[in-house]
Design a protein around this ligand. Structure first.
Ligand code: SF4
Ligand code: SF4
Length: 198
């Protein structure tokens, strides 16, 4: 992991892929490579309604990155200081060893340059104190970027909101007359008179 953490609040994600589009725009990438990806899981049926989940897949900036170990030229590097994994295109010879080594498919192929490209948390932006492009342009603000302790706060807030929403739902479900209202007894079925029935 790097000194940074990117948290995706999947409960707020609508799968619009704005993050992917702005990532590509920021890196000026041609069609093909996707440095962050929204994967769609489902649909699954919840009652009679089909639901899908969205999972955000960036590079995880691993502690011991397979891509860095596999790169024969030293182009793939883990930055000292903050641990961001990035590729130096001056050194990349396009052998694709990093693409084969990464279990998450994070390094991608740039067909125009003939080199590997990958998520580097938008190093240029981070160094200016800005958020990565995907985070800055997320339509529902479901992506959070920062130091791990800051992102934990975002997760706590999400949990608190979910608990508050659940409490409201329980309150709304209370019967109109409140808890004192007596439950209605089911009507007794009248016993059939065997004489009348005969
Ligand atoms: S490209 Fe893959 S192996 Fe390399 S740091 Fe990212 S997730 Fe880890
Ligand atoms: S494609 Fe480039 S970055 Fe990837 S392993 Fe080969 S030289 Fe290194």
């Amino acid at each position: 992991m790097s000194d940074y953490y990117l948290f995706h609040d999947s409960a707020k994600c609508i799968g619009c892929m704005s993050c992917e589009v702005h990532c590509k725009e920021n890196k000026r990438l041609p069609p093909g490579p996707r440095l962050c990806r929204i994967e769609t899981i489902g649909p699954k049926w919840v009652g009679n309604i089909p639901k899908v989940d969205f999972v955000f897949m960036p590079c995880y900036h691993c502690d011991r990155p397979w891509c860095v170990a596999a790169c024969p030229t030293g182009a793939m590097q883990k930055r000292t200081g903050d641990g961001i994994v990035f590729v130096d295109h001056n050194l990349c010879v396009g052998c694709k060893a990093c693409m084969r080594a990464c279990p998450w498919g994070a390094p991608q192929w740039d067909p125009e340059k003939g080199k590997a490209v990958k998520c580097d948390y938008c190093l240029d932006r981070v160094d200016q104190g800005l958020e990565p492009a995907c985070v800055a342009k997320c339509v529902t603000k479901c992506l959070h970027f920062g130091k791990p302790e800051e992102v934990v706060d975002a997760r706590r807030m999400r949990h608190a909101r979910a608990m508050a929403a659940m409490a409201t739902e329980v309150t709304l479900r209370q019967p109109v007359n409140g808890p004192k209202a007596k439950p209605m007894k089911p009507k007794r079925k009248q016993a059939q008179d065997p004489v009348e029935g005969s």
